[in-house]
Design a protein around this ligand. Structure first.
Ligand SMILES: Nc1ncnc2c1ncn2[C@@H]1O[C@H](COP(=O)(O)OP(=O)(O)O)[C@@H](O)[C@H]1O
Ligand SMILES: CC(C)(COP(=O)(O)O)[C@@H](O)C(=O)NCCC(=O)O
Length: 319
């Protein structure tokens, strides 16, 4: 008897961008070209076509999840309180991926699109960089070249923040980071006040940790997510985007005296490229290999970019 051909099982169904675009169905395009221009990060070429091709279907899918979780919540409340009333808790979306892959643009576009759905008028966005330990602490612990690695974040603070949000608490504060000064801003916070959706974006949001031996399991950050997205691309492309962004910032933000990288606006172009390459290789690429890429299989949705920064493939978890 013939051997059965080995079947490759994957928890994902993979779509080309053109196939994925069809799931937009009749979702209206509610953003303008100017709004997209305002939302995109430095070096990201995203335009209205990309929003229509990829992001409308993503927002439609997420919105279906939001609506069904709101329905489930009301039904559950009928069991708990007898009348279906009660404070609904925010739907949380996690967005993960490498440094310089374009997470912030995706997060900002989704924030605007999702806020236009009737089920989720209030959408907040928080980035995990605010939860990094301040430079003074990282310096004292010898972790300045480990920024973005798991040990550089106050994970307890992240878990308390997300658990307050999920508990339905009003006016929960999140700390804020400045890329310009390259540090957490002392005393500066953003207030998250019972949104319909919270988007929580950062390198390490899908990370798992070792279980403590004492049997008291601590939750993972991703335990609080209702849906998660990983932004993916070839490492060589991400590296190039990182270096190009560094070189553009050298012409703009780094020129200002208060910028942490100000000194790099004064070195030669070749030296600046070498510095960016070193930051990429010694910190961000290492973190990508060790801590970020291994979390990709945990995402519900993977948006894969090609070398032009535009999404050419979408993988959706089947279950
Ligand atoms: N040194 C810097 N100075 C100013 N802005 C920066 C700097 N580095 C990154 N940014 C901006 O910070 C945001 C987050 O960047 P990053 O953490 O690399 O994630 P991503 O590129 O995936 O959004 C982006 O909008 C980027 O343009
Ligand atoms: C601040 C970051 C860790 C990103 O943080 P995130 O918002 O993803 O938590 C990253 O942009 C960074 O600064 N990495 C350190 C190496 C570098 O300067 O590129």
């Amino acid at each position: 008897m013939d051997q059965l051909a080995p079947v490759k099982y994957s928890p994902y169904r993979v779509f080309s961008a053109a196939e994925w675009a069809r799931f937009r169905a009749d979702t209206p395009l509610t953003l303008t070209e100017d709004e997209v221009a305002r939302l995109r990060s430095l070096g990201d070429p995203i335009d209205l076509d990309e929003v229509a091709r990829i992001y409308l279907a993503v927002s439609r899918l997420i919105s279906a999840h939001v609506e069904s979780s709101q329905l489930l919540f009301r039904q559950r409340q009928r069991f708990l309180s007898g009348n279906g009333a009660g404070q609904k808790t925010p739907f949380i979306i996690g967005i993960a991926g490498s440094v310089a892959v374009g997470k912030s643009t995706t997060a900002r576009i989704l924030k605007e699109l999702l806020a236009r759905w009737p089920s989720s008028p209030k959408v907040d966005l928080v980035t995990t960089d605010g939860f990094l330990y301040p430079n003074a602490v990282l310096e004292a612990d010898g972790l300045m070249r480990r920024k973005g690695f798991p040990e550089s974040y106050d994970v307890g603070k992240i878990l308390r923040f997300l658990s307050d949000i999920k508990a339905g608490r009003a006016k929960v504060e999140a700390p804020v980071y400045s890329h310009f000064v390259y540090d957490v801003m002392p005393g500066k916070t953003v207030v998250v006040d019972r949104p319909d959706i919270l988007i929580f974006e950062g390198l390490n949001v899908l990370q798992v940790r070792e279980m403590p031996k004492d049997g008291n399991a601590i939750p993972f950050v991703s335990d609080f997510f209702d849906i998660s997205i990983y932004i993916d691309a070839e490492e060589n492309d991400i590296r190039r985007w990182y270096i190009e962004r560094f070189m553009s910032l050298r012409e703009t933000a780094f020129r200002e005296a208060g910028s942490f990288f100000h000194r790099y606006s004064k070195v030669s172009e070749a030296e600046a490229v070498a510095i960016a390459e070193d930051l990429w290789a010694a910190i961000n690429a290492k973190n990508l290999h060790e801590n970020i890429l291994p979390t990709r299989p945990r995402a519900d949705l993977i948006l894969r970019k090609s070398s032009d920064h535009l999404i050419d493939q979408v993988a959706l978890r089947k279950l």
